[in-house]
Write a protein that binds this ligand. Structure first.
Ligand code: F6P
Length: 534
């Protein structure tokens, strides 16, 4: 099937993408609307034949049945022998979810209610620090225990009505040092967020924060909370059960912001808005479960992704939100997609037939336009772009800013597709008074090849509900892509080796162990660092 698709793609690429729009129905046929959102994938080379082939691939690879297995609590994360049930965390109105013969929903809802009570108490000043009401919350976590709440808290800034939230992740002391500067240790709550409660970065930062609080007049025994699956370890750290919010191992780190890992977001925007965020995701879950594959937004988003990466061979994709408050979304999707589908073997351990998931990267527009869009427009490699933008902003008094933002977003996808021919470039230069060889030379620099694919996701406004929908949309996209590729999207063994080697290297840096077993390059780097740090 991949070969058939590659042949279709090779033929299509000989044509001008704009000619696909000779069919006046194309925009409607190659887009999906769902609950306040429009996903337009018409500015790609996908045709009906290509889409049909991709859909039959999805059917053949059992997307629908594996999806149903996931929602029903089957242990589809086979390399860790776990169910994959992050969707249960937002199953606010849905049916029981059975894992190992037990309905997980009562415990999920109980934890949600405890989080809400805690957030309400904190926001109302009923839960306070040594110096009075909590003014600042510092979340310490990394990867899946950091990116989601950090991204969401920035995204939903217009809904903030609680204490300020700060996020520390890097083991680089610069991170915690800069974030704690100016905070009052007596009115700060520290949340230690770690699924395993062993991650070296998080535990190192948590110890530093505890010292900072104790030395600054705060009360670590009263001003620390924890979010983890490892309740024995949170107790060992000295955090009482009343301030520990647990979750189960069937919630993967990068899928965990819907539960207790989302606590700082809930504190920032309040429990009611947090429920709206969950209900947006729940609506997307229902759509994903019920809509036929051909009208299913996550499925189509996944098929477009596979088309660009596995079929057309474009190795990266750019996520380009035209929304400054989604500045951390590309980083969030980077973990979601690359940690999930960056795998070289299929579920049964055999080598992947083609590419694993793509490199995902991006920046908000319009900033990126003045940085890396040059390559996207004129570089030799094609970068499929995934634009997203809200129809309305949150600043009614700055509507003209928003109009410009939207105009730029739409202009980029149009320019990528349309391009500028050599003849047009020549005309342009002639109008500027160039002639002869110089006109020819200058014109060539002003050619845009065009025919560069992009998709656009438009939503009414970035509300908590919309954000929940968007994140769930991408989660399910990753699932569908992984399923079609035969990948287990829910483990991450590839991060282990570096962690083991870092633990080995630390004593080499301090001179407590020798680096004799290390390669020449690593030994040279260690020696240089030791000389510099004398
Ligand atoms: O190193 C990768 C990883 O395991 C991620 O998958 C995870 O989100 C992150 O580290 C943090 O892990 P934890 O929540 O256990 O501290």
């Amino acid at each position: 099937m991949w070969d058939k698709l590659k042949k279709i793609a090779a033929e299509l690429r000989k044509t001008d993408m704009l000619t696909l729009f000779d069919d006046p129905d194309r925009p409607g046929d190659f887009s999906i609307r769902f609950d306040g959102m429009l996903f337009d994938y018409s500015k790609t080379y996908l045709t009906d034949a290509a889409r049909k082939a991709l859909l039959s691939l999805a059917e053949g690879r059992g997307v629908a049945s594996r999806r149903d297995d996931m929602f029903s609590g089957a242990r589809i994360n086979q390399t860790e022998d776990r169910a994959v049930l992050h969707t249960a965390l937002r199953n606010l109105s849905g049916p029981p979810v059975i894992e190992e013969g037990q309905d997980v929903m009562p415990a999920v809802l109980k934890t949600l209610a405890r989080m809400e009570q805690f957030a309400d108490d904190l926001r109302a000043g009923r839960y306070a620090g040594a110096g009075g009401a909590i003014t600042d919350v510092v979340n310490i976590g990394i990867g899946g225990s950091h990116l989601g709440p950090e991204m969401g808290t920035l995204a939903l800034a217009p809904y903030h009505n609680g204490p300020r939230c700060h996020f520390v992740s890097n083991v680089d002391g610069a991170d915690i040092s800069d974030k704690l500067k100016g905070l009052d240790p007596a009115t700060t709550l520290v949340i230690v967020a770690s699924k395993s409660f062993t991650t070296i970065e998080t535990m190192t930062n948590a110890e530093t924060a505890r010292r900072w609080m104790a030395e600054g007049g705060g009360d670590p025994a009263a001003q620390f909370a924890a979010v983890s699956t490892a309740l024995d370890k949170t107790s060992d750290f000295g955090i009482p059960h009343s301030r520990v919010f647990g979750f189960e191992d069937w919630v993967g780190g990068r899928y965990s912001m819907w539960g207790p890992i989302g606590l700082p977001l809930m504190i920032a925007i309040g429990p009611r808005n947090f429920r709206d965020f969950l209900s947006g995701a729940e609506a997307m879950d229902t759509h994903f479960r019920k809509a036929p594959l051909a009208q299913n937004m996550p499925v189509l988003l996944a098929l477009v992704g596979l088309w660009h990466n596995q079929v057309c061979g474009h190795a990266t994709r750019a996520v380009l939100p035209y929304d400054q408050r989604l500045a951390r979304l590309p980083a969030y999707f980077q973990q979601l997609e690359m940690e999930s589908n960056g795998k070289r073997v299929t579920m049964d351990g055999t080598a992947l037939e083609g590419q694993s998931g793509p490199v995902v990267w991006g920046e908000p527009g319009t900033n990126g336009q003045h940085a890396f869009y040059q390559l996207i427009h004129q570089g030799t490699q094609v970068v499929p772009c995934e634009f997203m933008v809200a129809a309305k902003g949150h600043e009614p008094n700055l509507a003209h800013h928003h109009r410009l933002l939207v105009a730029n977003c739409l202009a980029q996808s149009e320019a990528l597709m349309r391009g500028r021919s050599l003849d047009m470039a020549r005309e342009l230069m002639a109008a500027k008074g160039f002639e002869g060889d110089e006109l020819e030379r200058q014109a060539r620099h002003r050619v845009f090849p065009g025919n560069r694919p992009s998709t656009t996701l438009i939503y009414d406004r970035l509300s908590p509900r919309r954000l929940g929908q968007i994140i769930a949309l991408y989660e399910h996209r990753v699932f569908v892509e992984g399923t079609i590729l035969g990948i287990n999207s829910f483990d991450q063994w590839g991060v282990e080796l570096g962690k083991v080697l870092a633990v080995e290297l630390e004593p080499v840096l301090t001179g407590k162990a020798d680096g004799a077993s290390k390669d020449g390059s690593t030994r040279q780097l260690v020696d240089f660092i030791r000389i510099c740090s004398k």
